[in-house]
Design a protein around this ligand. Structure first.
Ligand SMILES: [Zn+2]
Length: 433
């Protein structure tokens, strides 16, 4: 369907207003317009409204199929990915996940083990149409000395296919080990990484956050937090992060993930927090599949009553940049998942109501995370940009989001890639014992 040629024209292509720049067309109420895309030497040379220019005889008619830019997945854990068969979560709770993962990490996470599972994850993400991905790396000693070199090797290996970023991950209590944390921040800076911690409502939270911000400022690092992944209304670390950003005059990018407890708090508290988050320029990523799995699991044979996700609509209404991402895949924090951002978007549509109207929600898996990750030109289709896009069967949101679209076509640098998902059996030998 996609010509194996340096230059070609695709005609009768359905593009979305929120993910296309420079297309002068009339978009329908779902945000779509029909267009023609010309590809030359791996790049998009033009995007014009369908029917506005003469169609060459050899143009390929896509019959109104939806074409979206390649995805950007800004919050994953590919160092943890796929350990489920050897270390399942015993009860599906957050504590069960934390303990199981900690035990597996201490016992099994050699450089080879981490590298093989990371590569498996990246092959899946690539086959599903992802072009950039940020992973957190468990950086509790001595794991940081194992995982960061693996990340650097993997980033080089995947350059040109997946733009790989990493953020360190540790409980904020670890920041109390001042010398060790300063060394970690330096290691992260040397790897051109992102400084990240998991915040908990510890008594010295403000002091510890100040230390995190001062290290980020010292090394010119962006920040990436896990915050308030709980239903406990007393968890207000999102607000504390925004306050710390303001009083430290932080100018880098800040991404905060989860923020589940916000959805349980009284309206007045929520408004105060959102004001501060907006003022501090903090971006928020929701992890809807992982939240649905871990949150409101009470372990007493009761049925979950809430979805676990944070207040993305209210955030977006205030101009806070919002994204959704994969989070964990087949590990104790989430038993499922394959780094398929169409699945994430499909699930987010159901869980978070990204519909009626769809509006610019598709940016949450493309251009918004690209901006947070400082990836110019990613997540948008534009003349002059890379010809990196996904061709779906669906011609409308209801068609696109009703089937897995396993037969989607992923085009990179103008050519359809071989979409080969790795076989689970490849990892069997890592799962023994
Ligand atoms: Zn996470």
């Amino acid at each position: 369907m996609i010509p194996d040629a340096a230059s070609y024209r695709l005609t009768n292509v359905r593009l979305h207003a929120s993910l296309t720049s420079g297309l002068a067309a009339t978009f329908d109420s779902d945000g779509f317009a029909l267009a023609d895309i010309t590809v030359a030497d791996g790049r998009i040379s033009s995007i014009v409204a369908h029917g506005r220019s003469k169609t060459p005889a050899d143009a390929v008619d896509l019959g109104g199929r939806i074409v979206l830019p390649c995805f950007v997945d800004c919050h994953t854990h590919i160092d943890k990915g796929h350990i489920w068969p050897r270390k399942p979560n015993p009860d599906g709770t957050f504590m069960g996940a934390l303990n199981a993962t900690g035990a597996d990490r201490a016992a099994r996470w050699s450089a080879e083990d981490v590298a093989r599972r990371m590569d498996f994850s990246l092959r899946s993400a690539y086959a599903h149409g992802t072009k950039a991905l940020r992973t957190h790396l468990d950086s509790v000693a001595p794991q940081e000395e194992i995982s960061w070199p693996v990340f650097e090797t993997m980033r080089d290996k995947w350059r040109g296919r997946i733009e790989l970023q990493a953020a360190c991950l540790l409980g904020i209590e670890g920041v109390r080990e001042t010398k060790w944390f300063e060394k970690l921040a330096k290691r992260v800076a040397d790897a051109k990484g992102v400084l990240g911690v998991v915040t908990y409502m510890v008594p010295d939270l403000e002091e510890l956050l100040d230390k995190v911000f001062s290290e980020a400022i010292k090394h010119g690092l962006d920040l990436d937090f896990h915050a308030d992944e709980t239903d406990d209304v007393a968890a207000i670390s999102l607000k504390k992060i925004a306050e710390a950003a303001l009083w430290n005059g932080f100018e880098g990018n800040i991404l905060v993930g989860h923020c589940c407890s916000l959805a349980r708090q009284p309206d007045l508290d929520v408004l105060d927090t959102l004001d501060k988050v907006a003022k501090a320029g903090v971006a928020v990523v929701s992890l809807p599949m992982c939240n649905l799995y871990l949150q409101d699991r009470r372990g007493d044979n009761t049925t979950p009553r809430w979805r676990g996700v944070t207040l993305l609509h209210e955030m977006k209404a205030r101009g806070i940049p919002v994204a959704v991402a994969s989070d964990n895949t087949r590990d104790p924090f989430y038993a499922y998942g394959d780094l398929d951002m169409l699945e994430v978007y499909r699930m987010a549509t159901r869980i978070l109501h990204f519909d009626h109207p769809v509006g610019d929600w598709p940016q949450a898996v493309a251009s918004t995370p690209a901006e947070v990750m400082r990836l110019d030109g990613f997540g948008t289709l534009a003349a002059g940009g890379a010809a990196d896009f996904v061709v779906f069967k669906g011609r409308s949101w209801t068609e696109l989001l009703s089937r897995p679209e396993s037969d989607r076509i992923v085009v990179r640098d103008g050519r359809a890639i071989e979409r080969k998902l790795p076989d689970y059996a490849e990892l069997d030998e890592l799962m023994v014992g």
